[in-house]
Design a protein around this ligand. Structure first.
Ligand code: FAD
Length: 455
C-alpha cells in the first residue's frame, strides 16, 4: 500500500515525494530541485535576502495560486512561497468533489442566518463553481473536470425524510433543483443497500485535484508570478514600508502579504492559527475495478457522500479505482493515524460495498481540512490583530471552488477593488481559549459519534 495520495502518481511533473506525505511538518529541504520542461520548478533564486515584492503569498495551493495569478496579471510583482512543494497541502490530497452549497446544510443556513443571508451565502457557493469552471476553460487546465453531479445517501430512514424537506427548501429559498431517488430505485445511482435513498444534485462536478493545482501553478507562472518551493515563512512583521517576511532563505520585503496556508497554518501567523481548526480527513484508493464492478458501484460516475456527521465520501477515478474517504480519525495525519484510518476506511468500504471487500487498497493518505468555529469560510484582513495581513481560508472541506474564488477575490481587493461579498470579514474573531492546538477535537469527535448513533 502506498502511503501518499493516489493523485500524486497521476501528475509526475508536480514532483510531490511519497516520503513527505505522512508527516505534518517534514524538515524543509533546501536547494534547487532538478527541473524538466513540464516541471513547475522552483524559483528560489527569486529570493535574495533583502529583495522586495509588491505581494508575498504564503502557501501554494488553490488559494495562493489563484490569488497570485490574478495579481500578476494586474501587473504586481508577486512571489508565492511554500514550505513544501507546489500543491503539497490539501490541494493535491482532496477528493476532487466540486460540490454545490457550503458545508452548512440549507436548513441550518436558513435557521441561523434567515432566508435572505442564507440565499446570499448559497449563491456565493454557486458563483464559486461558475468561476472555477470558467478559469479551467480560460487557462485550458487538463484536470478531467466534468459536471458529474453528486449524490448524498441517507444513512437512516429519517435522513431520507429530511432530504424531502431539503428538496422543498432548496427549491423555495434557493431556487435550486435536486431529485430524490427512493431506496427501492437507488441502484440506478448507487450499488449499495446500506443506504435509505439518495438525493441527486446534477450541478456538482468532479476533477483530478493534483492536475488542477498543477495547471493553476502553470497559469500563475505564465501570468508572471514567481513561485518558490521549499521556502518556509517563519514570521511576518509590519514595518514602515509594508511587511518584512522572515523566510528560511532570509528576510524579504513586500507591500502586502497574503496568508494562504489554510489547514496548514502554523506559527508564521499566530493570529490566523487562533481562527482555523485543522482536522484530519483520510482517503483510501482501491486497485482499479473491472468495468462491470465500477458500473455497479456508481453507474453514473457521480461524486457521493452520506448523511452522517462522521461521513464517508466516495467516487471513481478515471482508471476506475474507488476512492473512499472519511473523517476516520479526528486528529491530524501522521504515519500512525493514516494507517489506523486506512483500516477504519477499509472496513467502512466493505460494509457499504460488500462485493468489493476483497479488493486491495493500493493507496492511503490524509490531509488537513481547516474548519472555522461557525463552519463558514472567510477572507479579508486580520484587522482584529492590529495589522492588515490578508487571508482567505476555512473552507471546511468544500474548498476546491471556494479557495479558487476567494483567493482571486482577496487578490482583487489587494489590487484596490472594493469587494462586496458575504464571506469577506475584517472582524473575523479568534476562537476563545484556542491558540492553534485543537485540544477539544477528541470531545467533538465523541459528540458527533453519539449524534450519528442516536439521530
Ligand atoms: C483529505 C481531504 C479531502 C478533501 N476533499 C474535498 C473535496 O472533495 N471537495 C472540496 O471542495 N474540498 C475538499 N477538501 C478541501 C480542499 O482540499 C481545501 O479546501 C483546499 O485545497 C484549500 O486550498 P488552500 O490553497 O487554501 O490550502 P492548501 O492546499 O492546504 O495549501 C496551503 C499550503 O500552505 C503551505 N504553508 C503552510 N504554512 C506555511 C509557511 N509558514 N510557509 C510556507 N508555506 C506554508 C503548505 O505547505 C501548503 O502547501 C479536502 C481536503 C482534504 C484534506
Amino acid at each position: 500500500m502506498h502511503e501518499y495520495p493516489y493523485w500524486w502518481d497521476t501528475v509526475p511533473a508536480l514532483r510531490l515525494r511519497p516520503e513527505d506525505a505522512g508527516t505534518m511538518t517534514p524538515p524543509v529541504a533546501g536547494g534547487e530541485r532538478a527541473t524538466d520542461e513540464h516541471h513547475i520548478g522552483s524559483q528560489e533564486s527569486a529570493i535574495e535576502p533583502g529583495s522586495r515584492f509588491d505581494v508575498v503569498i504564503v502557501g501554494a495551493g488553490y488559494t495562493g495560486l489563484a490569488a497570485g495569478r490574478h495579481l500578476a496579471r494586474a501587473g504586481a510583482s508577486v512571489l508565492i512561497v511554500d514550505r513544501e512543494q507546489v500543491g503539497w497541502g490539501a490541494s493535491s490530497r482532496n477528493g476532487g468533489q466540486v460540490l454545490t452549497g457550503l458545508k452548512l446544510d440549507p436548513a441550518t443556513l436558513v435557521a441561523r442566518y434567515g432566508e435572505s443571508r442564507a440565499r446570499q451565502l448559497f449563491d456565493a457557493a454557486s458563483a464559486s463553481l461558475e468561476r472555477l469552471e470558467s478559469l479551467i476553460a480560460q487557462e485550458s487546465i487538463a484536470c478531467e473536470y466534468r459536471r458529474s453531479g453528486h449524490l448524498q445517501a441517507a444513512h437512516k430512514p429519517a435522513h431520507f425524510e429530511a432530504f424531502r424537506r431539503e428538496q422543498a427548501l432548496l427549491s423555495r429559498v434557493f431556487h435550486h433543483r435536486v431529485e430524490l431517488v427512493s431506496r427501492g430505485d437507488q441502484r440506478s445511482e448507487l450499488g449499495s443497500d446500506a443506504y435509505y435513498g439518495v438525493i441527486v444534485d446534477e450541478r456538482s462536478g468532479a476533477l483530478n485535484p493534483a492536475r488542477y493545482v498543477y495547471g493553476l501553478s502553470l497559469a500563475a507562472r505564465r501570468a508572471g508570478a514567481q513561485i518558490a518551493s521549499h521556502v518556509a515563512v517563519d514570521r511576518v512583521r509590519r514595518d514602515a514600508r509594508g511587511w518584512t517576511v522572515a523566510t528560511t532563505r532570509g528576510e524579504i520585503h513586500s507591500r502586502d502579504v497574503l496568508m494562504a496556508t489554510n489547514g496548514y497554518t502554523n506559527g508564521a501567523s499566530p493570529a490566523l492559527r487562533r481562527r482555523f481548526i485543522p482536522v484530519g480527513s483520510y482517503i483510501v484508493a482501491t486497485e482499479p475495478l473491472r468495468p462491470s464492478e465500477a458500473a455497479a458501484v456508481l453507474p453514473r460516475c457521480r461524486m457521493a457522500f452520506d448523511s452522517k456527521h462522521f461521513l464517508y465520501y466516495f467516487r471513481l477515478t478515471s482508471d476506475s479505482r474507488l476512492l473512499f474517504g472519511g473523517r476516520a480519525e479526528f486528529t491530524r495525519p501522521s504515519v500512525a493515524t493514516t494507517r489506523r484510518a486506512a483500516e477504519i476506511l477499509r472496513n467502512g468500504l466493505a460494509a457499504i460495498f460488500p462485493e468489493l471487500a476483497d479488493k486491495s487498497i493500493e493507496y492511503a493518505w490524509g490531509g488537513n481540512v481547516a474548519f472555522t468555529r461557525d463552519q463558514l469560510p472567510r477572507a479579508g484582513t486580520l484587522n482584529g490583530s492590529g495589522d492588515g495581513l490578508f487571508f482567505a481560508g476555512g473552507y471546511c472541506g468544500h474548498g476546491i471552488a471556494m479557495a479558487t474564488c476567494l483567493g482571486e477575490l482577496v487578490a482583487r481587493r489587494m489590487a484596490g477593488e472594493r469587494i462586496d461579498h458575504p464571506l469577506f470579514d475584517d472582524r473575523f474573531a479568534a476562537i476563545p481559549l484556542y491558540t492553534g492546538r485543537p485540544w477539544f477535537l477528541p470531545l467533538v469527535g465523541a459528540y458527533y459519534r453519539v449524534k450519528d448513533w442516536i439521530q
